[in-house]
Design a protein around this ligand. Structure first.
Ligand code: KG4
Ligand code: ZN
Length: 346
């Protein structure tokens, strides 16, 4: 069964054709990241205007690359939220138009459920239930994935998301946007213990908080800058960008993996899945590997190219939603905020 997946929740406009929820027939992407780079972050108005130009060609390309036509697909799955509302509207409007014209089923997909489903494309043996550590630009959750379409959020960030913290620190230390991959790269030459940074843990919950860490890093950077000015030196000679990046990355990844380990122990789940843009982080993947080896858990990592936003993951999740009977009609409206595990229209 073929599903056409469409994703446009942020700065990537994507379409893919997925077979039986597990095989990628095509996976097209048009990113406007290079334009946003100039502004140091995603400019929502520009993202949605770029999506308008990209959406029809990217869908045509996905169908052509999969050597099929719209009449061959069973359903059209589209990210209905959460995300930037103007961006979401482009994908949802395109999906509604195609569904109306073709009579195919329209299947709304939660963006974070899609990130989890990226793993189904790479790991044929993976089936729920499992625990997922899902870290993107806007969310940091530990989720109990109970079935292909049922979720329970066990921990979440109380302030900044992990990806957001990566992006903000990268901007402050001059690495630019998108920050995550750049911090990951420069960290390889830095010392992870160069800075003594706070690792926030709450007494009564395994939720995350990254805003204190972010402030602590920024304070250290500003102190080093002031010292450099006083002494007529460069900040880099006092506190290197590589050391800042490595220490920050270590603090974020350690907290994420520590909480994941504690939750895995509590709920006795043996399968662990990483998902979302931050799951591309090499240190996070390494620490997850160590945790799972130590505790004899099975670890599933998405391939790097499926960690960040793509339509293949939406097609994969769309398949399972279609089987579960999830449908929308032409009244479908995207939602910028949508809690995973709750009904779209609630
Ligand atoms: O899942 P995603 O593509 O988009 C959202 O749904 O938000 O995640 C994007 C986030 C950005 O904050 C980006 O900096 C981060 O994922 N990211 C990384 C890495 N690659 C992407 N963070 C840390 N290390 C990476 N290698
Ligand atoms: Zn995403």
């Amino acid at each position: 069964m073929l599903i056409l997946g469409i994703e446009s929740s942020c700065d990537e406009c994507c379409a893919a054709v997925i077979e039986d929820g597990r095989h990628i027939r095509s996976n097209g992407i048009r990113s406007s990241a290079a334009i946003h780079e100039k502004y140091g972050g995603v400019v929502p108005e520009i993202a949605s205007r770029e999506h308008l130009l990209a959406v029809v060609p990217v869908i045509e390309e996905a169908l052509n690359a999969a050597q099929c036509q719209l009449s061959d697909v069973e359903a059209i799955a589209v990210t209905a939220g959460p995300g930037l509302i103007g961006s979401l509207l482009v994908g949802v409007s395109a999906a509604k138009a195609l569904a109306a014209a073709s009579g195919k089923a329209l299947v709304p997909v939660h963006h974070l459920a899609g990130h989890v489903a990226a793993n189904y494309l790479a790991h044929p043996e993976l089936k729920p239930p499992f625990l997922a550590l899902l870290c993107s630009g806007a969310h940091s959750h530990i989720i109990h994935v109970k079935t292909y379409t049922e979720y329970c959020i066990l921990a979440r960030t109380r302030d900044d998301a992990a990806g957001e913290a990566f992006d903000k620190i990268a901007r402050e230390i001059g690495l630019g946007y998108p920050g995550g991959p750049k911090i990951d790269r420069v960290s390889k030459t830095g010392q992870p213990d160069a800075l003594d940074l706070p690792r926030t843990h709450f007494k009564d919950s395994l939720d995350f908080s990254f805003s204190g860490l972010k402030t602590a890093v920024l304070n250290k950077v500003h102190q080093a800058e002031q010292q450099a000015r006083r002494e007529g030196r460069q900040r880099e000679d006092i506190l290197s960008t590589a050391d800042i990046a490595a220490s920050f990355q270590e603090a974020v990844c350690r907290v994420l993996i520590d909480h994941l380990g504690q939750i895995a122990e509590q709920c006795e789940e043996k399968q662990i899945v990483l998902a979302g843009g931050v799951s591309a982080n090499s240190r996070l993947r390494e620490l997850a590997g160590q945790l799972c080896k130590e505790k004899k858990l099975e670890l599933y990592l998405p391939p790097i190219e499926l960690c960040t936003d793509n339509a293949a993951m939406i097609g994969a999740q769309g398949y399972y939603e279609y089987l579960a009977g999830t449908r929308a009609d032409l009244r479908l409206n995207p939602r910028s905020q949508w809690e995973l595990g709750t009904a779209l229209l609630s």
